[in-house]
Ligand binder design. Sequence first.
Ligand code: PHB
Length: 399
Amino acid sequence: MTPIDSTMSVPVAIVGAGPAGLMLAHRLGRAGISCVNIDIRSRDEIETTHRAGILEAPAARDLVETGVSDRVLRDGHEHRGIELRFGGRPHRIDFADLVGESVWLYPQTDVFIDLADARARDGGTVFFGVSQVDVTDAVAAAPSIRFTSADGARHEVRARYVVGADGSRSVCRGLTPASERVQYFREYPFAWFGILCRAPISAPELVYAHSDRGFALISQRTDTVQRMYLQCDPDEDVTAWDDARIWETLQARVAGDDGFRLREGPIVEKTVLRFRSFVQQPMRWGSLLLAGDAAHTVPPTGARGLNLALHDVKILAEVLTRALGPEGESALADYEPRALGRVWKAQNFSWWMTQMLHSAPGASDFDRARQLGELDNVVSTRAGRAYLAEQYTGWPSEG
Ligand code: PHB
């Protein structure tokens, strides 16, 4: 291996420069703690990967109040509810009325852009597009990370703590001792076919549609670009779907007695998103701490993933700040108990929304009729609607 060109020492090295890793760096920076983020993806690659679009109101407020950016208030859209469609009828879940909360439609890519810009503005050290990453002694008292930056230079970062915020294909999660970790895992027999299209908005809020032909979700991006998803096979070949077939399928899944129709336009992107539920425990071992998708992933149905990651790093920033101060390492023991309660609540919510709205292959008439009974239970009483609203808008923070 080529010799090291630069050596840095920081209290915290963060593997990953997606929203979780960058928000952690931003929060630590505000506490006067310097850190380095590295990511194998280029900034452009992260920016052009479309992800979910819903931020809990406290997460949106945090972007503004911690000084990342107030762009969410200008370019985001506050949504005070969602629509559940089933049996060909719309049912509104009014978050504002039920739980006094709202959510913000603000795509994850925009959260990322705001955070990356804030790091650059505040003089943060972020290496995008790195390769040959090697983490040594991750769980021991003096971890270090060696990597090659995009310009070909070799670097070593010595740190007191390493945070694995390196996403659902995390390398860091494998650095905890195999004998000490437990992985909880569930795969689903369906996926989402996601599209971006140039078309006007079809509905003022998100529409989660259950139908005999499978699930569909109608979301938005701007006045002229929309995001929609339809349930598909995990191995679906997107090239087999032309625009006409996609629109016909989406229209059939949202059709109803009210004559609701989607406003169509050219489809500019098609991707398949696989579903999995995953948790690795413990979230901390020695000097290594896991955050966001590296520690847990959820299916996208309840839009929990990004929110959960931002909640993790809120707690982690506070705990690391204490650990690096007079309190010392014992402060780290607070991280997992405070993060994990929400992780499992979100796992349950994401699974629950998923199983309630999708048709599993081979589902029987009983299964479909039972699902309609469950949906009816949710929408027909205030308690049922509030149960969904409370979870969709996020739980009270333990941070
Ligand atoms: C999105 O807009 O991409 C989106 C919104 C809600 C979800 C998932 C994805 O549950």
